[in-house]
Design a protein around this ligand. Structure first.
Ligand code: HPA
Length: 245
């Protein structure tokens, strides 16, 4: 049976309903992950959980040790990763509270440790990344969102910005021109690192605000509210994926 790991983003620093059997403090050749890997039972099956920003939430997107996180999950035995990300909505369909299971991404980040193949002078390794997300995992997320009755898009391009500031309105116009439907700060290099370690990976994105320039100003309290009201559906969707898998 596939061993699943959930990476919880903003608003999901803890997975309520997870009966923790073991908390693994891990060190890796790339440093320490965002926190302990919790292993336990959720929705009737064994699952791993890692809070991307730590618990409590303390790491900004550009300070997350993505390499340590993915390495630690692989080391602990994970085979498939369900990544939860809060995002801004760019496409008119992507209103607050809408879900998106992106099928592609554009990486605008810089200066992050983004590969395990940085220092290997013996062998140059290039991974295929034409389709960054796992098709079978995406299909499971899509089926679960439909069964849960959530408003969602079963496609979408995730634009990953560097942060921690939000974007300017002009940057969002540029992202839109580039074909991006949603914008977040944590989708990369996570997805690429998972591919490098041959882990299945898909993203469940929850829109928590209209992207810059798509409404008046972005109000953090409104993002918090959107997170609070969407997180129950996130957990229910994850539970469905796991109990069906
Ligand atoms: N931009 C980037 N990251 C985000 C946003 C946004 O508007 N909302 C939530 N994460």
């Amino acid at each position: 049976m596939t061993v699943y790991a959930i990476i919880g983003g903003t608003g999901l620093a803890q997975l309520q309903g997870l009966t923790i059997r073991q908390s693994l403090p891990v060190n890796t050749p790339y440093g320490v992950p965002s926190g302990e890997i919790q292993i336990g039972e959720f929705a009737g099956r064994e699952v791993m959980f890692l809070a991307r920003h730590g618990h409590p939430h303390r790491l900004p997107p550009h300070r997350i040790n993505y390499r340590a996180n993915i390495w630690a999950l692989k080391q602990a035995g994970a085979q498939a990763i369900l990544a939860v990300n809060a995002v801004g909505g760019i496409h008119p369909d992507m209103g607050t509270g809408h879900f998106c299971v992106p099928h592609d991404l554009v990486d605008y980040t810089s200066g992050r440790d983004h590969t395990y193949f940085a220092d290997d002078l013996e062998q140059v390794t290039h991974i295929d990344f034409s389709h960054p997300y796992s098709a079978p995992l995406r299909a499971r997320l899509i089926a679960a969102l439909a069964a849960e009755g959530c408003a969602f898009s079963d496609y979408g391009v995730y634009g990953c910005t560097q942060g921690p500031r939000l974007e300017t309105a002009a940057e969002i116009v540029r992202l839109e021109r580039d074909g991006c439907d949603i914008v977040g700060m944590t989708g990369m290099p996570e997805a690429a690192l998972a591919r490098e370690l041959e882990l299945e990976y898909a993203c469940l994105a929850l829109v928590v605000n209209p992207a810059a320039g798509k409404s008046s100003v972005i109000i953090m309290a409104e993002i918090d509210l959107a997170l609070q009201s969407g997180i129950g559906k996130v957990k229910a969707t994850l539970a469905r994926v796991l109990s069906a898998a």
